[in-house]
Design a protein around this ligand. Sequence first.
Ligand SMILES: C[S@@+](CC[C@H](N)C(=O)[O-])C[C@H]1O[C@@H](n2cnc3c(N)ncnc32)[C@H](O)[C@@H]1O
Length: 265
Amino acid sequence: MDAPAIFTEADFYQQSFDPQAYLKEYYSMSDSREGANVFLTQNLKSLHKMFSLDELRGGTLIDVGCGPTIYQLLSACERFQEIIALDYTDQNRRELERWLRNEAGAFDWVPVVKYVCELEGDREKWAEKQEKVRKKVKQVLKCDVTRANPTGAVSLPPADCIVSTLCLEGACKDLPTFRSALRNIGTLVKPGGHLVLVTVLGETYYAFNKQVFSCLRLEKHEVEAAVEAAGFEVTFSEAQPYTVSEERMDCRGTLGLVARRRPSV
Ligand SMILES: C[S@@+](CC[C@H](N)C(=O)[O-])C[C@H]1O[C@@H](n2cnc3c(N)ncnc32)[C@H](O)[C@@H]1O
């Protein structure tokens, strides 16, 4: 499989991203899909590690490019009082809201929630954690990371922390756009607040449901330099090789990064 000839940007997501197919392909956790679980468990462990850091706690957390997923909030919800989730694509925000309202047909996150509870030391707390996420997510709003003001007419008070998983490398066609998107989302966090990033490294495409999406091929040092240039100080950065060979993506590694926004001058 090859990367698309033209980089698939936000409008392509709006037209072609099927949230249920995405969830089924990347977030179904089962013993029969051992290889497929590696990508997910690697990212869950990284989020668990980062949201165990002392400095990561506070009032508000904004999830940028949340998609239809909640796994990125499972460790975070223990550290922040309120969560606001943002994404460009209408159907992804709707799918997330379906789960938040516990509607029939919403994706079953229980195996993933149990896995994170086990990382935290008590697998039996899964129902409590699900309710915590459902209670803490206060708003699900549209955003565009390529805009200087990502939430447009809606103005949000700057958050204590922003988290973004697997979004910017899919939304940004080249390194200058990636760097400017980091500056844009940086405005959503208070000076002294934190950015938590999970990105894939060395990836040019990912696919599901016979649909291929572009990915900006990134190296660890490029992500770190872009985060620093956006006004943050990187305080934690850990890359892990991704060695599973699969048709659905050409990912070579994953990166978990924490940075602190510098005081404005
Ligand atoms: C690969 S999905 C990641 C979803 C989720 N964060 C996860 O970890 O699985 C990429 C997400 O980025 C969103 N996206 C793409 N372009 C965007 C843009 N310009 N602004 C905001 N979100 C965008 C898509 O709608 C999609 O939900």
